[in-house]
Ligand binder design. Structure first.
Ligand SMILES: [Zn+2]
Length: 490
């Protein structure tokens, strides 16, 4: 058993000692359901039409183009198609998602860019691919999306706004836009003009998006919230001082922070729209698979008065949009079960009919793409936290946050040492408390015990990839570059 497993077992046994002896509630059993259905059938005069069989999608798009669009720091709950109603933010992204299947409860493996995007590329949690923080590189022999598709004859191009200095092998063409998302589009479309479109392409466009300091909103925040007279601005210094001084925000400031963030989402949506228009002019959409996702979300003062994401184990920063658009699969469907970004690679390989690497932590979502309304609680969702033993584990609507060592993360330089306290045990019912404001660990110790057991089983089940993991630690030059883009080490 690994160190975390030991720690969680210890907490589990401690919790078990305080468990109540209440019997578990049981749902209506299948026999009772069957009885009810038979009774319904007995009073019906006509037999229902048999449902059409779901499309068999495994291997159905072999050799098709793949366009992967990732947007840094995009919260799932700020997309209109995923329930946001305050203002229109995501017209073009929603239009894309409406052509496919979106996942309303997708989860990042870490609220930090490189570890999370590497999980998209490898199907592994950060402990598996080794990128436990920004600035680490993938191992040379790690199977990744570009390497696997290049081996299958794809032309591969990656056009990233940030996270540029890792080991990005497997790409025929690679460009970094230095945080300027317009350049992502320019270089991606220029590359599509050069490729042989009779052969399949893998295009990855990664946008800086609504990453702080939210400059993709430009002046739009003022238009969205013209009556605001406070001091909050989409500037790094203005946002940082909220935590470094700290400056306390009142309700009106937080409202304006939302407008600043939304403005950056709207600005990003326009960039994504321009890419989609350009792709439509250059590739056959009947032979193109799209994947849309973000690497993590953003805390906007909801937890510990924090603005940013790297320190957060909460849904504000772990809940991400995820959608697949697959030719031949009718669109506008939404899956409600929890899924994870580590599922992206196995799903794509399944769709394309390509062999899966020997070790992945995710699993194919093709069954959901074939039948989005399929029942069941879905799989657990899990996140890690760098070298720390902090973990989150979700089963259905219940989410556990564990911090066995009561570690206090350093979220930003020159901030108070207790900026982001994380409870040793936190339990949240996401169905009734999506904001994770009501810790139920004391009220439901039996649920804590179940989730700790589930977490331990999950970790013990994880395969270890052959060939090792990335080890290239961050250097000073890269650290300065990341800080200039608004990053801090987290
Ligand atoms: Zn990021």
């Amino acid at each position: 058993m690994n160190a975390l497993g030991t720690a969680t077992r210890e907490i589990a046994s401690h919790t078990a000692s305080s468990m109540s002896s209440q019997p578990n509630l049981r749902l209506l059993g299948p026999a009772s359901l069957l009885t009810a259905l038979v009774m319904l059938g007995a009073v019906s005069c006509t037999q229902p039409e048999p449902a059409a069989p779901p499309p068999g999608l495994s291997g159905s798009v072999a050799g098709y183009n793949v366009v992967l669009i990732s947007i840094d720091t995009l919260r799932a709950d700020r997309l209109n198609s995923l329930g946001y109603e305050t203002r229109v933010t995501s017209e073009r992204m929603d239009e894309l998602m409406s052509r496919g299947v979106s996942f309303a409860q997708a989860s990042a493996p870490r609220s930090l860019t490189w570890p999370s995007l590497a999980s998209v590329l490898t199907g592994l949690y950060p402990s598996g691919h080794g990128l436990i923080a920004n600035g680490y590189s993938l191992a040379d022999d790690q199977p990744t999306l570009p390497r696997l598709l290049k081996d299958a004859g794809y032309q591969t191009g990656a056009f990233l706004s940030n996270m540029c200095k890792a080991n990005h092998t497997g790409w025929d063409s690679f460009a970094c836009a230095g945080g300027v998302d317009k350049k992502v589009n320019d270089s991606a479309l220029a590359w599509l003009d050069e490729v042989d479109t009779s052969q399949p392409v893998l295009l990855w466009a990664h946008y800086f998006g609504p990453h702080p300091p939210y400059y993709n909103g430009g002046e739009l925040a003022r238009q969205l919230d013209p009556d605001y007279t406070g001091e909050l601005l989409p500037k790094k210094w203005a946002l940082d001082r909220v935590m470094t001084e700290p400056v306390e925000l009142d309700e009106r400031d937080v409202q304006h922070l939302d407008a600043i963030y939304d403005a950056a989402v709207i600005g990003t949506d326009r960039f994504v729209g321009r890419l989609l228009d350009g792709v439509a002019e250059r590739l056959d959409l009947e032979r193109t698979v799209f994947v849309l996702l973000s690497d993590h979300g953003e805390d906007l003062y909801q937890h510990n008065e924090y603005i940013y994401h790297a320190c957060s184990p909460y849904q504000t920063s772990l809940h991400v949009p995820l959608a697949f658009v697959v030719p031949g699969r009718s669109g506008d469907a939404q899956v409600q079960q929890p899924v994870e970004l580590v599922d992206v690679l196995p799903t794509l390989l399944d769709l394309l009919g390509l062999e899966q690497p020997g070790c992945q932590h995710g699993s194919s979502l093709v069954p959901y793409l074939e039948r989005p309304t399929r029942g069941g609680a879905g799989k657990p969702a899990y996140s890690q936290y760098g070298e720390q033993k902090i973990r989150t584990f979700r089963e259905a609507n219940w989410k556990l946050v564990v911090n066995p060592d009561e570690y206090l993360p350093v979220c930003m330089a020159n901030t108070p040492p207790d900026l982001y306290p994380i409870p040793q045990i936190g339990l949240y019912d996401l169905a009734t408390d999506p904001g994770e404001t009501n810790d139920l660990s004391q009220a439901h110790p039996e649920r804590v015990g179940e989730l700790l057991d589930g977490l331990s089983r999950h970790e013990e089940s994880l395969c270890v990839p052959r060939g090792g993991t990335g080890t290239n630690a961050i250097d000073d030059e890269l650290r300065k570059e990341l800080e200039a883009l608004g990053y801090v080490a987290g």
